[in-house]
Design a protein around this ligand. Sequence first.
Ligand code: SF4
Ligand code: SF4
Length: 367
Amino acid sequence: MRPATIPIRLDDVAADLAMDCASPRATQSLRRRASLLASPAEQLRLLKAVMLEADFDALAGTALRPAQLEVFQVNLGKLCNMTCKHCHVDAGPDRTDAMMDDATVGRVIVAIRRTGAHTVDLTGGAPELHPRFRDLVQAAVDAGKHVMDRCNLTVLLLPRNAGLVDWLAERNVEVVASLPHYRRPNTDAQRGDGVFERSVRALRVLNAAGYGKGDPRRRLTLVSNPAGAFLGASQASVEREWREGLQQNFGVGFDRLFVLNNMPISRFLEWLQASGNLESYMQRLVNAYNPAAVSGLMCRNTLSVGWDGRLYDCDFNQMLDLELALPAGAHIRDFDEDAWQRRRIVTARHCFGCTAGAGSSCGGQVA
Ligand code: SF4
Ligand code: SF4
């Protein structure tokens, strides 16, 4: 059963977001617009209705089985200071309905101390907006884990986050920063006017704190995604191009870059449908199915914890309400790593987004 909406302390966040909301934005959340696609069941129904011959499970076969648990990914909620067009979370400033409560934060901390996973990956929404973000980072650092902060860059400039970059740097937290493109028009088209300029300012703050300069304790990873219904180019060539573009034009550096495919869910699914690209994009993903990508899929070595404590094979399944297939229940309070190891990974048609081309995971291309 889902917990009731929590009385989270968001007053301090609200003032910051009011400032950010004043800037022109790309869109609003599906939930705020009362779109049918705010419902995961409706998204799955739409994907199922696409004429496709291929069956994901039949193609992936026995190669799609659990591996060692390496990454403990925690989604702190859907609150975000932005509302990007391609968002697979349907995040936005209005999403205070979906935020991790204190009891669940406590259970997550207990599980982090117990897990054999070497990495704790904090995501959202914008995880830095959660009132317990620093508590979770500190608990994971104290447990000896490598911590990744999935950051949208602009959130670092909000007044409430003054000093956060230095605080993360002191704890060797890796910043995994999403930036759709190193060119202003491409980024602003997905994220809203002015976002590129603020992202560059945030990159400068990170560089000044030692991030993006080759120091493994201050790793700055950028994450890019295509700006339309096509697959990303080769990660190595995109990284070279971005390194030159960002350094020459803006004097900022980074350590590595991930290229992700856009997943056909949530707001990107809405755009695919509205633009008449849904059938062709799904067929493109199927045509580009790469069996070599299966062994590197993140659902094999990652546990995804939802804002309400429910458990999933990955963040995408989380957004589609496709819970872990565990007989004892799929909630962090009952988490059993041995049972997790024996589970069947839950799949559906969106999974073709992970195996197309060079593959796509939270760690970028996989094949
Ligand atoms: S894509 Fe990231 S930054 Fe944009 S709305 Fe979604 S969670 Fe926020
Ligand atoms: S969407 Fe999730 S479950 Fe499906 S292949 Fe990708 S990582 Fe695995």
